[in-house]
Design a protein around this ligand. Structure first.
Ligand code: ZN
Length: 393
């Protein structure tokens, strides 16, 4: 019971910086004595601190409380088509330093050694800043179908498997790992540190070199029976489209993600079509710039992509009835033509009577979504209410 109450109080303090002990008593129906002793324990554990006194109409002025941002650190590790990112992330969702590297997803050994290099860099940072003691564990967000300590993913038409056991063994006497699909982790990060904090039904759409979705249903991450929920990229929308690695023709992930757009630009270059893009600038960020510069080819590719993506997202909205859609990923930065066009088209294509029932926003976590989401896998356990625990009297 005490653990439950501790968890409840730390969550309330996280959500309401500057809250007082009296506020906590009112919000929880716990007795003032219980709140005082639990807050004392949180302060002693380095999670909460007093930040001064507040106003009071009469009587003693209340002492205000807040979480200590670096009181606990989660190591966030993100591995997908966009690269490998490792970062220590604090209790308010800020990466303290970020290690980034490009990735060859076909080379499992290279991936493991790059992750280790990232972890070592971050541990060094934590040591230098006397924060290593506060490390609560590591979360890994991996592309593909995550089962236990392994993930399986398709590259072209071939399945690859990545086994994280050597990594987990290497750090077994230092910290534990939590492993999850990368987009699921991002969706979770959004509900803890992004725009999704107040919504219980969230559709998170990730658009980068790949396409995927994470579902928060009734406040919980929805993984499906076998962890496959959110495979938005394999919704087959064009029967005459190219065959996808899953076997179906015209999957949206095959015709409307960053990899596809760059392939189309490469084809255009081979055919000497006019464009500002070159063989040396075949990246998502250069495509985004070319769109802003009104490159004709890139504008046409953007239109095609938005047409296919918006129809797919609207289908998902009709199926799931979310109150919030968050668009994230390298190809969907805030204030870009891609995100603005996508938001407008999703609204235009949705059922008229339901159009105002949901909001569409662009993630404010940006390129940090992967590491923040992965770290959330660890940090959220500090605030989770063990609701299935037998209550001790
Ligand atoms: Zn497919």
């Amino acid at each position: 019971m005490k653990e439950w109450n501790l968890s409840l109080l730390s969550k309330l303090i996280r959500k309401n910086p500057g809250v007082s002990r009296a506020d906590l008593t009112a919000k929880t129906n716990l007795s003032p004595t219980t709140v005082s002793s639990l807050v004392a324990e949180l302060i002693e554990n380095g999670l909460v601190r007093e930040i001064g006194v507040g106003e009071s109409a009469a009587g003693r002025k209340p002492i205000l409380l807040e979480l200590i941002p670096n009181g606990r650190i989660g190591l966030g590790i993100s591995v997908n088509h966009d690269g490998i990112l490792v970062a220590p992330v604090n209790l308010v969702g800020q990466p303290l330093v970020t290690y980034t590297s490009k990735v060859d997803l076909a080379d499992g050994n290279a991936i493991l050694s790059q992750i280790i290099e990232g972890i070592e860099n971050c541990l060094k940072y934590l040591e230098q800043h006397e924060l290593k003691e506060n490390l609560a564990g590591a979360g890994i967000g991996l592309l593909g179908l995550v089962e236990g300590v392994k993930t399986r993913y398709l590259l072209g038409d071939e399945w690859y498997e990545l086994d994280l056991s050597p990594l987990i063994e290497r750090y077994s006497n230092q910290f534990d790992f939590v492993i999850e699909n990368d987009v699921n982790a991002m969706a979770l990060g959004e509900t803890w540190f992004g725009f999704g904090e107040e919504d219980r039904h969230v559709l998170y759409v990730y658009l980068g070199y790949g396409l995927g979705a994470g579902l928060i249903i009734d406040g919980m991450l929805y993984r499906g029976a076998y962890g496959n929920a959110g495979e938005l990229g394999h919704m087959s929308i064009t029967p005459s489209g190219p065959k996808c690695s899953c076997g179906l023709p015209g999957c949206v992930g095959k015709i409307a993600d960053g990899t596809h757009v760059l392939m189309k630009i490469k084809e255009a270059l081979e055919n000497n079509e006019p464009t500002a893009m070159t063989y040396d600038t075949l990246t998502v960020s250069h495509f985004l710039q070319a769109v802003e510069d009104e490159d004709e080819l890139c504008l046409k590719l953007l239109d095609d992509m938005v047409f296919d993506l918006s129809r797919t997202i609207v289908s998902a909205v009709n199926l799931l009835n979310p109150s919030l859609i968050i668009l994230g990923g390298l190809l969907c930065p805030p204030n870009s033509s891609v995100s603005q066009k996508l938001i407008k088209t999703i609204k235009e294509n949705s059922i008229e009577g339901h159009r105002d029932d949901f909001k569409v926003v662009v993630s404010n976590l940006g390129a940090n979504a992967g590491v923040v989401g992965s770290a959330t896998l660890v940090l959220k356990t500090l605030f989770e209410l063990p609701s299935y625990r037998v209550v001790e009297k």
